[in-house]
Design a protein around this ligand. Structure first.
Ligand SMILES: *Cc1c(COP(=O)(O)O)cnc(C)c1O
Ligand code: SF4
Length: 447
């Protein structure tokens, strides 16, 4: 048994007497209940209030008290991750929003917000149309199958998070528009699909954050998969989560934390790998005692933790931040997995880092860590044809080019074939790039 399961960071005696900390969340309507927020200059508060009309906003007591340095809020990466800013809106959108707010017309505000959101590409890379499989002509809700080996599963109750990242591309699922919600009807539909698809080895349960669910609900899905006859080809169960950052108590003191650890153990006992695909943006997320305890407990079950996260301007666009993140992770037994390029959705213009700069950050970071941390691939764009990695800048026949490759492709035959784009310092996404050497199109566009 772990000797230290009580979160030492909680100073409030009344909380300690009341037992383990309970998740207490604040949404945009409850900004007034966050004392640290109310201590910010009025201007800064107004900025957050305007942006929170459009972008996802939800924080909890732990992230407010433990992860944000309020004395240095302007530069604080966790503040910037969690509190949307008015600069995330275009001038035109901000103007429209201010006009609607001035008029104090609720309906007009609602409609303006809806219009702005719809223009922010809530489902990038065509994921709504392209990757949802069908059975008897009907789309299978809650399932996406893009790459041969891996099926994504979005359980209905896991489509939210313990806090929200303001850049999140899953935001269309959080803002209450049910028609955009990928929600699973039931695990049995998934099992039927997997039985028919023997090429699948991995099921990635994702969201939102599936670990928002009570263990008993998650267990219903996971046990169905590991116990169903005919699913012996499923070798790895992955769970995408940010709970190690946003609510580490989930693994340590929540009243179903032990049961969650047992569930992880049962996956491993079935002969499979259980991998937590943990979303991290900054080493600060690893800095609290409770975060470390949570990692320790997960690893004690035999589960592995792999880390991935996007490169974001103003949050982690610094090689030293990535190097420190990867080193800390490696030390704690987490395997660095992907560095992503911020996607073409939401407030991309606010967070984006040009591809060339992203590669430079990656290169500097990776070259300053030991081989154990060089497992992180990237910078990688999850684009419509696949995951495309920027391999570097080079000169071929006196022409400066970007060298790229598919890590994953809609067509498996595309994987690991180098291809080249004209050097472009301002490009921030695949569709900005032009084929090098005067070619009319990239090789994968010919099919
Ligand atoms: C990244 C991703 C996966 C998993 O790919 P791995 O390289 O195996 O981690 C699966 N499906 C989609 C749609 C993805 O974007
Ligand atoms: S944890 Fe992931 S799904 Fe949740 S808000 Fe952040 S980026 Fe989005």
């Amino acid at each position: 048994m772990d000797a230290i399961v009580t979160p030492l960071s909680i100073q409030d005696d009344s909380l300690q007497q009341a037992g383990p900390p309970k998740l207490k969340v604040f949404t945009a309507k409850q900004l007034n209940k966050i004392p640290q927020f109310l201590s910010l200059p009025t201007e800064a508060q107004l900025s957050v209030r305007a942006a929170a009309e459009v972008f996802p906003f939800r924080v909890n007591q732990y992230v407010i008290d433990e992860l944000i340095d309020w004395n240095n809020w302007q530069a604080d990466p966790m503040f910037r991750l969690l509190f949307p800013q008015k600069e995330m809106l275009s001038n035109e959108h901000l103007f429209a929003l201010e006009k609607a707010t001035e008029a104090e017309d609720k309906k007009q505000i609602e409609e303006t917000v809806k219009k702005i959101r719809a223009s922010l590409n809530p489902h990038p890379a065509g994921q709504m149309e392209l990757n949802v499989p069908r059975a008897e002509g009907e789309p299978l809700d809650g399932i996406q199958h893009k790459y041969k080996e891996t099926v994504l599963f979005f359980p209905k109750q896991g489509q939210t998070c313990h806090s929200y990242c303001s850049f999140c591309f899953r935001w269309a699922q959080f803002i209450g528009d049910k028609s955009l919600q990928f929600a699973a009807k039931e695990a049995l539909q998934l099992v039927d699909y997997l039985r028919e698809h023997k090429e699948v080895t991995d099921v990635l349960i994702t969201g939102g954050d599936p670990l928002v669910m009570k263990t008993k609900n998650l267990k219903a899905y996971v046990e169905t998969i590991i116990n169903a006859p005919g699913l012996e080809h499923i070798e790895n169960i992955r769970i995408g989560t940010k709970a190690l950052t946003f609510w580490p108590y989930r693994f340590v003191t929540d009243n179903d934390a032990d049961e969650l650890m047992e569930l992880f153990e049962s996956v491993i006992a079935s002969g499979r790998q259980l991998a937590l695909m943990a979303h991290y943006n900054h080493w600060k997320e690893l800095d609290t005692d409770i975060a470390k305890q949570a990692i320790r407990r997960v690893r004690d079950t035999g589960a592995v933790i792999r880390s991935q996260g996007p490169l974001l301007r103003g949050i982690n666009d610094d090689p030293e931040v990535w190097a420190k993140l990867w080193k800390e992770q490696t030390k704690l037994g987490i395997t660095p997995y992907y560095m992503f390029v911020e996607r073409d959705t939401g407030a991309q213009h606010y967070f984006e880092v040009p591809l060339v700069k992203a590669w430079e950050i990656y290169r500097q970071a990776i070259s300053s860590v030991s081989g154990l941390s060089r497992t992180a691939r990237g910078p990688s764009m999850s684009a419509s044809p696949g995951k495309v990695e920027i391999q570097g800048v080079t000169t071929i026949n006196n022409q400066k080019v970007l060298s790229l490759r598919f890590i994953q492709g809609r067509n498996p035959d595309w994987v690991q074939r180098p291809f080249y784009a004209e050097y472009d310092e301002s490009a921030t996404w695949l569709n900005h790039l032009k084929p090098a050497f005067g070619e009319k199109q990239f090789f994968f566009e010919a099919q």
